[in-house]
Design a protein around this ligand. Structure first.
Ligand code: SF4
Ligand code: FES
Length: 239
């Protein structure tokens, strides 16, 4: 049996000086299997063409649709409206990231800065020779690297993190996971001392207060808690 649901969203355009932050209610008919992506698309098509939110893949892959849904950071395309028994859903943009408009935030610039900060690339001492096959690594090690590479840069771990909200330059679980990924990859020749130079401070590994909301909210179930602990154990020896 279908029911009416009410979606309340923040509307605000920081680049328009006449815009004021306001909450707007939209009432619509729920359809079977309706996700928040579908609900927002319906609102945009029939009730408010001006409402802004981001979606690309609709399948939990691109990481574009993160927002605060009834107080929790989640992907809108992977959240069913039926999860909310009273049919009332409140949406806010992710905190920490620059607000573009309404529910749309700029995670891209944040992720780029984080990637530059932690030197998020393979650093090898070997001269690159395109005619040679890539260095072979053990399958178990490759699996471990690929597991950490599943991050979709959605920013939910950052939005749910108290340190990230207090410290503007904190690299977040996404950044610490990235460093853990390179530290276990045999293609990368950096030492623990090199990684310490990148994250051995309060904006890096020592900023984490171990509340671990990052892992609670990660839609890809990445082992953020154990990877942060793994890096902290390594880095504390060098402090
Ligand atoms: S670690 Fe998880 S929550 Fe954080 S950006 Fe990557 S996929 Fe999103
Ligand atoms: S639209 Fe791509 S993750 Fe939701």
């Amino acid at each position: 049996m279908s029911r009416e649901i009410t979606i309340t969203t923040l509307k605000y355009n920081p680049s328009d000086e006449n815009s004021q932050p306001t909450f707007v209610d939209y009432t619509l008919e729920e359809t079977p299997g309706m996700t928040l992506y579908i609900a927002l698309s319906k609102i945009k098509a029939t009730l408010d063409h001006d409402l802004t939110s981001d979606f690309v893949c609709r399948a939990g892959i691109c990481g574009a649709c993160g927002m605060i849904i009834n107080g929790k950071p989640k992907l809108a395309c992977r959240t069913l409206t039926s999860e909310f028994e009273d049919g009332k859903i409140e949406l806010l943009p992710l905190p920490t990231f620059k607000l573009i408009k309404d529910l749309s935030v700029d995670t891209g610039s944040w992720m780029k800065n984080m990637s530059m900060r932690v030197n998020s690339w393979i650093v090898s001492n070997e001269e690159y020779d395109i005619s040679k096959l890539e260095k072979r690594i053990e399958p178990e090690v490759a699996d471990e690297v690929f597991e950490l590479d599943r991050c979709i840069e959605c920013g939910l771990c950052v939005a749910g993190c108290s340190t990230a909200i207090m410290r503007e330059d904190f690299v977040g679980a996404v950044g610490l996971n990235r460093v853990a990924r390179f530290s276990i990859d045999p293609h990368d020749d950096r030492t623990d001392e090199d990684f310490y130079e990148l994250i051995g401070d309060d904006e890096g590994i020592f900023g984490c207060m171990s509340l671990l909301a990052c892992e609670d909210h990660c839609p890809k179930d990445l082992p953020l808690q154990s990877k942060i602990a793994y890096m902290r154990r390594k880095m504390v020896k060098l402090a």
